[in-house]
Design a protein around this ligand. Structure first.
Ligand SMILES: CC(C)(COP(=O)(O)OP(=O)(O)OC[C@H]1O[C@@H](n2cnc3c(N)ncnc32)[C@H](O)[C@@H]1OP(=O)(O)O)[C@@H](O)C(=O)NCCC(=O)NCCS
Length: 202
């Protein structure tokens, strides 16, 4: 049976594994970057390190098969990322002159966490990432993880949450639409922004 529970530090490697196996618009990204830790170091590690109390996992038979993680305050997160996360990974992923590959573009983002802060999203201060292994998709676990995450945000008196997603990930878009997330009017090439109030009934 799969349960939803708070993240524990011992889950870190499983979370990294789920992240890379779903990091290609929902498909497996292993082997696509210089190390399979790259995508997790960009999209999971900073949240686990900075706001572990806002990370929740789906566990089946002793193994983490999915997670939701994020921040209650994107602007604060960006500042803490720069101060506390970036110094731990910057040497591993140096900036290159020409951001001409997917890894180079994401390395730019890693080195400039402030680019995740948009004035247009000020009413949606939290943001999240959610991923489940293919074996555990379509069973209601995504809905349960989002419900748990929204409850934690409500407890912290956070009014609304946003997420940025690849427009080509149509399966994820159908999921968010079904839960009641709405597209936000922020134009950034290659990213669709969705948002929801934390009192959304999911
Ligand atoms: C997207 C994801 C988190 C959804 O979680 P999930 O557990 O598969 O979704 P659930 O089973 O909880 O579905 C909740 C609702 O969304 C609907 N839904 C989910 N995926 C859907 C799809 N591809 N098409 C249409 N509806 C979908 C379900 O039918 C369900 O509605 P219902 O309760 O009325 O039947 C999960 O599939 C996943 O991790 N995918 C790969 C990684 C990824 O793309 N992450 C998001 C990056 S932005």
């Amino acid at each position: 049976m799969t349960i939803i529970r708070p993240y524990r530090p011992a889950d870190r490697d499983d979370v990294y594994d789920v992240c890379v196996r779903t990091a290609d618009s929902g498909a497996d990204a292993r082997g696509q970057y210089t190390t399979d830790d790259f995508m997790p170091d960009v999209f999971a590690g900073p949240y686990l390190a900075l706001e572990p109390e806002l990370a929740f996992v789906a566990e089946d038979d002793g193994r983490v098969v999915g997670y939701v993680l994020g921040t209650a305050d994107t602007a604060r997160w960006a500042a803490e990322h720069r101060a506390r996360w970036l110094p731990t990974v910057a040497d591993r992923y140096p900036l290159v002159d020409q951001a001409s590959t997917p890894q180079a573009e994401l390395t730019e983002l890693l080195h400039h966490p402030e680019r995740d802060v948009h004035i247009e999203l000020a009413a949606y201060p939290a943001h999240l990432h959610i991923d489940l292994l293919p074996s555990h998709q379509g069973q209601g676990l995504g809905r349960a993880l989002i419900r748990t995450f929204l409850a934690a945000l409500r407890e912290a008196r956070v009014p609304a949450v946003h997420l940025g997603m690849t427009p080509t990930n149509t399966a994820a878009r159908a999921f968010y639409d079904r839960l009641g997330f709405r597209e936000l009017p922020l134009q950034v090439p290659g990213v669709t922004y969705l948002g929801a109030p934390t009192d959304l009934a999911v």
